[in-house]
Design a protein around this ligand. Structure first.
Ligand code: CA
Ligand code: CA
Length: 118
């Protein structure tokens, strides 16, 4: 039946297009005294193909300090920063559709709290 095969073709979508990031900033700031588990950044990517399921991962630069939830794109603090000498981290985040991927680099700036001494 020609009609039946036409319907089948309609519902199939080849996963042939890469995902692209729609929500991210190149810079985020985080106070050095925030607790482990604090949300540092949130990224979002979309895939033009169906069903368009994206998995997020950290591919470089986290140095054990950050963790990225693969399903949500939430970048969270994994270890405290207050004893670290570094004041910036550059983390490379990847969005993958299982076939193709896209990367962005986020800069995380650590800010130090200053108290007014009057
Ligand atoms: Ca497609
Ligand atoms: Ca795709």
């Amino acid at each position: 039946m020609q009609y039946a095969s036409f319907v089948q073709v309609k519902i199939l979508d080849r996963n042939d297009s890469p995902p692209s990031f729609t929500e991210f900033h190149t810079e985020y700031t985080i106070s050095e005294d925030v607790p482990v588990g604090t949300l540092v950044a949130k990224v979002k990517a979309v895939d033009p193909d169906l069903p368009g399921i994206i998995a997020y991962s950290l591919v470089a630069g986290d140095e054990g300090k950050f963790t990225l939830e693969s399903s949500t794109g939430n970048l969270k603090l994994k270890d405290t920063l207050d004893r670290e000498q570094k004041d910036r981290y550059r983390v490379q985040v990847r969005a993958s559709d299982g076939v193709q991927s896209a990367d962005v680099v986020l800069t995380i700036l650590k800010t130090v709290l200053y108290w007014d001494v009057n």
